[in-house]
Design a protein around this ligand. Structure first.
Ligand code: C2O
Ligand code: CU
Ligand code: CU
Length: 501
């Protein structure tokens, strides 16, 4: 770990680039010094709205190799969708019929999964929909959810971690009329800004470094260089006083606790599944891999602030304080660092009012639930760890040929997710959005009281969610549920369910 970081520091120095915020090194990044490093204009992914053919919105996506220059002129071999690294922001309307034509120009099979969407299992883009090199896969489905920020990424069996790490991911926006009418900031790239947070590590030659150690496999791959939309040391020149940030944690494993360096308040307006009932005022927000939030931030002229990660307070009885070796490994990784800079020198517009009520997110009541399913997340210590971690759910690692759960269409169900392992896992369910009922019996915070598709389950926590699978059945083709730490998913912390009539 540290050896690699030194090599990386050396590599950056050798290139004469002078750009490096060493992640995981407390105290080295002093605010005055670090802010001057953040001068690369934040990359804004192109919008992709497709074209209408016979009433369907058709979008062409091609997976291919590319080259990126994360640190100045040192080239890094990457993979992208219609580009060198990451993909466009796909933007569609509720009720559209879409056809996504995905061509694989890589030399290995891959997939694209539409994370957060309700769709037929055969269109989900999971491990069962692998696209071979040179082939095109057509995913055709109807857009059911209202306005929300979804995303898409590789879900290749055993290869999701490395394929996403190299760049196979992008955002997927859905618009609807009701939320358009709310008057929220919504000019793409101007006052409605996507932020895809990813941490990466580079070798001396500029190539991406993936899974260098046992630690990377156990804890998930965490990098030492912060990218936002593929930009290292990103700076966004704020244009409007009220700016909406749509933030995706697109990292393989890192959990962020996001704060501004001046501790300013901001308003959370959305979770994964769309807008909240009303804006929630916060000073920090925890975002685990796979999760999205939308926030509104007021920047006044002259503001020059950093978005930072601040280590989470230790939870009583949780990992770190008490878990010995694993705790130390986790603690070593949790240091403050800067993510990106917001420079509001030019912002001047008047502050637009924020509606006090947004929408009424879907909910289900407990007494409507017809059953409870239990999911225990397994991660073995000791010898199991040396053999590859013993990652599984309910005692079994993922098996493509085994269906773990059969869910009747339309039944309202409670899923109870149990984490007795020493680290937090973000649990994700395909094909649906859910509501969190409680965490160890306690109602979730206001910022989690909306529709979600990924929930962080802390050590020694039991999280109950309630949901309903609608619209599609297929007794043969499964959807996935899994930990969204991609190395855990690849190592077996994933299971399969079918929705049946
Ligand atoms: Cu974001 Cu099964 O994935
Ligand atoms: Cu998903
Ligand atoms: Cu996990």
């Amino acid at each position: 770990m540290f050896n690699t970081r030194r090599q990386f520091l050396k590599a950056a120095g050798a290139g004469g680039i002078g750009l490096l915020a060493p992640l995981g090194v407390a105290g080295i990044v002093n605010a005055a010094e670090s802010i001057s490093w953040f001068k690369n204009p934040l990359g804004i992914p192109p919008l992709e709205t497709g074209s209408f053919i016979n009433g369907k919105r058709v979008i062409n996506l091609s997976l291919g190799y590319g080259t990126s220059a994360f640190l100045g002129n040192r080239p890094t071999a990457t993979v992208g969708i219609n580009g060198d690294y990451l993909g466009p922001v796909i933007r569609v309307n509720q009720s559209d019929d879409v056809v996504l034509k995905v061509t694989n120009n890589l030399s290995e099979p891959s997939t694209l999964h539409w994370h957060g969407l309700n769709l037929p299992a055969a269109m989900d883009g999971g491990p069962h929909q692998a696209i071979n090199p040179g082939e095109t896969w057509n995913a055709a489905f109807k857009i059911h959810p209202g306005a929300c920020t979804q995303w898409y990424h590789s879900h290749m069996y055993h290869r999701t971690g490395i394929q996403v790490y190299y760049g196979l991911a992008g955002l997927f926006y859905i618009d609807d009329e009701r939320s358009n009418a709310l008057g929220l900031p919504s000019t793409y790239g101007v006052d409605d800004i996507p932020l895809v947070l990813q941490d990466r590590s580079l070798n001396q030659d500029g190539s991406l470094r993936y899974l260098g150690s046992m630690h990377d496999r156990m804890m998930g791959m965490m990098g030492q260089l912060m990218l936002v939309n593929g930009t290292a040391f990103a700076r966004f020149k704020v244009q409007k006083r009220l700016t909406r940030l749509r933030i995706l944690n697109g990292s393989n494993a890192r959990i962020y606790n996001l704060v501004f360096d001046d501790q300013r308040e901001f308003l959370q307006i959305a979770t994964e599944g769309g807008l909240l009932e009303r804006p929630v005022s916060l000073r920090n927000i925890v975002l685990a891999p796979g999760e999205r939030v939308e926030i509104l931030v007021e920047f006044t002229p002259g503001d020059d602030v950093m978005l930072r990660h601040r280590p989470l307070p230790r939870r009583a009885g949780s990992a770190g304080a008490t878990m010995g070796m694993m705790g130390n490994m986790m603690a070593a990784n949790d240091q403050p660092f800067s993510i990106m800079r917001f420079d509001a020198a030019q912002s001047s517009s008047t502050l637009q009012p924020v509606p006090t009520r947004l929408i009424t997110p879907r909910n289900w009541s407990l007494n409507e639930a017809v059953r409870t399913r239990r999911f225990e997340l397994n991660m073995q210590m000791g010898m199991g760890m040396m053999r590859g971690g013993g990652f599984g759910i309910n005692g079994r690692p993922m098996d493509m040929s085994r269906i773990d759960q059969r869910v009747p269409l339309g039944d309202i169900e409670i899923w109870e997710i149990i984490n007795r392992s020493p680290m937090a896992h973000p649990f994700h369910i395909h094909d649906t959005q859910f509501r969190i009922i409680d965490r160890n019996g306690r109602a979730p915070g206001a910022g989690e009281q909306g529709l979600k598709d990924t929930v962080l389950v802390y050590p020694r926590e039991i999280v109950r969610i309630i949901t309903q699978f609608e619209n599609y059945t297929d007794s043969k083709t499964p959807y996935m549920f899994h930990c969204h730490i991609l190395e855990h998913e690849d190592a077996g912390m994933m299971g399969q369910f079918v929705v049946v009539a």
